[in-house]
Write a protein that binds this ligand. Structure first.
Ligand code: FAD
Length: 355
């Protein structure tokens, strides 16, 4: 392979989307994905607001269902928040990933696991004054060098670990699918602090099937299946990072789940990750134009994503703190309070709740 400008570690939706943006600007990309296929295993519910259209217009074949609202339940209390039209897609996430990969000219190299990061032969990438040296990644298939490294390698990011950047929390998401057809217009969220102390259960209508899920620090399948009394035909699980740490380093950016860019209240990470990918692409293109890969120059990326959705994450972390310290009684009261204001809540953007 010829010289590489940028290594993208991780062939998930964020790495693939970012690779596509960079490719269009003429940079040469080397995408590395540890699995043997794109989009598999699929850990994600694929519930995503219509803000997705700003990045990728979903094809009809990937849309399993569309919903217009969510019903929040806590014991006997409930409140519905929704929109007059359709608010969110329920997509087959693996098809989104496959679509993004198919649109790339440079093939993503599969079955290549990033195992380490170094600054050329000179040692540590964090070493001051070494910005003229390319960055190198060690993989199971050899060492690859480039001018920049983009860590898009998900919640357990090895690139983030190398730089000592970890999300504030790492929660678990488990999913169980049953073969009940379900075309409800609402997603349902079940709050029960005894069963999920720092998260919630959900039920998502997927058209031909129904998805049940649990998001919490100690989520497991048994708890999920007991809560809903279901016998699933399929089970999936994955980690969900909450609360980003530092996201820019010399020659390196962290983007998407690798950077902990999910909504702290729901764990959804697609819209923030795609938003950050756009800002990262602009920063990388500017860095190549200026020939400056220093952490100081790349800090414009971190300022950019914080301007775009930093306030949402801050408010979400605060909301999560209040939620974690509340019991079922307070949660029930909270829902009754929200119910009084539900006309104001209807129409809110599910990704950008605070102004
Ligand atoms: C149960 C569950 C349900 C979810 N539901 C939703 C939802 O409904 N809506 C929503 O918006 N978000 C949801 N999310 C979150 C969403 O899946 C993530 O935010 C999104 O996948 C982030 O994309 P990414 O590309 O940053 O990371 P990932 O999708 O995790 O992709 C990272 C890629 O990097 C690869 N990789 C990892 N380590 C290495 C390595 N060392 N070397 C090479 N490759 C590597 C992985 O194999 C993977 O392909 C859910 C998450 C979970 C766990």
């Amino acid at each position: 392979m010829e010289k590489t400008d940028v290594i993208v570690a991780g062939g998930g939706p964020i790495g693939l989307y970012l690779a596509g943006l960079l490719e269009k600007s003429g940079l040469s990309i080397r995408g590395l994905e540890e699995h043997k296929g794109i989009g598999r295993p699929n850990h994600c519910s694929g519930l995503v607001s219509r803000n997705l259209d700003r990045f990728v217009k979903p094809r009809k074949e990937w849309i399993e269902h569309e919903v217009s609202g969510a019903v929040f339940r806590a014991g006997p209390s409930s409140v519905r928040v929704g929109k007059p039209g359709k608010a969110a897609y329920v997509i087959d996430r693996s098809r989104l990933d496959a679509f993004l990969a198919d649109g790339l000219e440079s093939a993503i190299e599969l079955d290549v696991r990033v195992e380490g990061v170094a600054q050329g032969e000179e040692g540590d990438a964090r070493k001051e004054g070494a910005s003229h040296l390319p960055i190198a990644v060690k993989t199971n298939k050899g060492i690859f060098k480039a001018q920049m490294l983009l860590g898009c390698d998900g919640a357990n990011s090895l690139v983030a670990r190398h730089f000592g950047a970890r999300p504030k929390k790492l929660l678990m998401g488990v999913i169980a699918i049953t073969v009940e057809g379900n075309c409800s217009e609402n997603v349902e969220i079940f709050l029960d602090k005894k069963a999920a102390k720092d998260g919630f259960f959900w039920k998502i209508p997927r058209g031909l099937t129904t998805e049940y899920g649990l998001f919490s620090s100690n989520a497991d399948f048994l708890e999920l299946e007991n809560f809903f009394k279901i016998k699933p035909s399929e089970r999936r699980a994955g980690l969900i990072p909450v609360g980003p740490g530092k996201t820019c380093f010399q020659r390196t950016l962290l983007v998407g789940d690798a950077a902990g860019m999910s909504k702290p209240w729901s764990g959804g990470g697609l819209i923030y990750g795609l938003t950050a990918a756009r800002i990262a692409a602009r920063t990388v293109i500017d860095a190549f134009q200026e020939g400056d890969f220093s952490e100081g120059f790349l800090a414009r990326y971190e300022r950019g994503w914080k301007r775009a959705f930093g306030r949402q994450i801050q408010a979400g972390m605060l909301g999560r703190k209040v939620f974690e310290s509340s019991g079922n009684f307070e949660i029930g009261m909270g829902l009754r309070f929200l119910r009084a204001f539900s006309p104001l809540l209807n129409g809110l953007d599910m990704d950008f709740l605070v102004r």
